[in-house]
Design a protein around this ligand. Structure first.
Ligand code: GDP
Ligand code: ZN
Length: 342
């Protein structure tokens, strides 16, 4: 029987099987031995095969044994403590050896998500994600392009589809909205503008989440919990306002779970994702996957060009020629400087 992992406890794993619902499982012994790289043998979103136990547990929950785990399409992992960059990441745009006439800068950085930096084990937060929804507010908190860019780069590095959600449109005027949205649309991203106050865009969002596994990321206070509550009122997630008031709630825990949406999809609820982005994006990765860079053909002299002050940088040339917006390039330079700690 096939199922998807929805929650991990210290002793057992909850999975969901179509037609049967929730099943509490133990793991076959060999599954505990497999991973030298990860802290746990399973993650939320893993597809598993299991043998159901025909007797019910004490609390009437169905029980079973997980026999095997399918290979993952992608994963979101937190780097081991003390290291930079989540290990084991693929870089879809990395040029292979001998690709083009690319040279190497003397101070070239071999970083990026593909480098395994530490002996420690990684914590996989979630696996097999179909879509990352990057949530940003147009106001309150103010729109922070740099953070959004990092989320987009992190998603691209894992080859996960992205949808950009611009929330709180009720607080923005039309011109502000357009100036924020257009560069992302021009860079090829789908954008949905939403408001949990007026209901604008909520149906569109619900449709976009109707199948597959989704992950909402974004700066705190942008409205992620409010949007999920609007799409799936039965989830009844705690919003920041309520959390602050009671001083506790779902978002103060580190637990990760997969929650079912009424329309059929799943959503991952995790407060640990922000760290994934802040740890995982290196300058080299940013230079290759920054929104819109892939849309303009460029072949810089150095294959690992950071498009900053390197000679014969084709991307800078494209900016000069008006093929890439100057303000977006300026934003890129700010994020890059930020990542380099300068
Ligand atoms: P999270 O930290 O991203 O989960 O954000 P929350 O969902 O907790 O929302 C943060 C605050 O923004 C709360 O006070 C919400 O009521 C408010 N909020 C959420 N969505 C909207 C919106 O579309 N418009 C306005 N004006 N406020 C919103
Ligand atoms: Zn360049």
């Amino acid at each position: 029987m096939k199922a998807v992992v929805t929650s991990l406890g210290s002793r057992s794993v909850l999975v969901h099987a179509d037609g049967l619902g929730e099943i509490r499982c133990s793991l076959r012994g060999h599954l505990w031995e497999t991973s030298e790289e990860e802290t746990r043998p399973l993650a939320v979103g893993d597809r598993v095969s299991l043998s159901p136990d025909l007797t019910h547990g004490e609390d009437q929950c169905l029980e079973g044994v997980i026999e095997d785990v399918a290979p993952r399409r992608n994963r979101i992992a937190r780097a081991p403590a003390g290291s930079r960059g989540a290990p084991g990441k693929r870089d879809p745009t990395k040029r292979g050896p001998g690709g083009g006439s690319a040279g190497r800068r003397p101070d070239q950085e071999s970083g990026g998500r593909s480098r395994h930096t530490a002996a420690g084990k990684v914590q996989v937060i979630a696996a097999n994600i179909d879509q990352i929804l990057v949530v940003a507010a147009l106001h309150s908190p103010p729109f922070r392009p740099g953070l959004v860019d990092r989320f987009l780069v992190a998603a691209a590095a894992e080859e996960i589809d992205v949808l950009l959600i611009l929330n709180k449109v009720d607080l923005a005027n039309h011109d502000d909205e357009r100036s924020v949205v257009e560069p992302f649309q021009q860079a090829g991203y789908s954008v949905i503008q939403t408001s949990t106050v007026t209901g604008e865009g909520i149906e569109e969002l619900a449709t976009a989440m109707a199948s597959g596994i989704h992950l909402l990321v974004g700066h705190s206070g942008t409205g992620k919990s409010s949007l999920l509550n609007a799409v799936a009122p039965t989830l009844n997630l705690t919003t920041s306002e309520v959390t602050a008031h009671h001083g506790r709630g779902r978002h103060t825990t580190t637990h990760v779970s997969l929650l079912p949406l009424p329309a059929g999809g799943w959503v991952i609820d995790s407060p640990g994702i922000r760290e994934w982005v802040l740890e995982g994006v290196s300058p080299a990765l940013l230079a290759r996957l920054y929104p819109g860079f892939g849309e303009i053909p460029h072949e810089c002299h150095y294959g690992d060009c950071l498009h900053r002050d390197e000679p014969q940088c084709a991307l800078r040339q494209a900016v000069e020629e008006g093929l890439y917006p100057k303000d977006r390039y300026a934003c890129y330079l700010r994020v890059l400087a930020d990542l380099q700690g300068s």
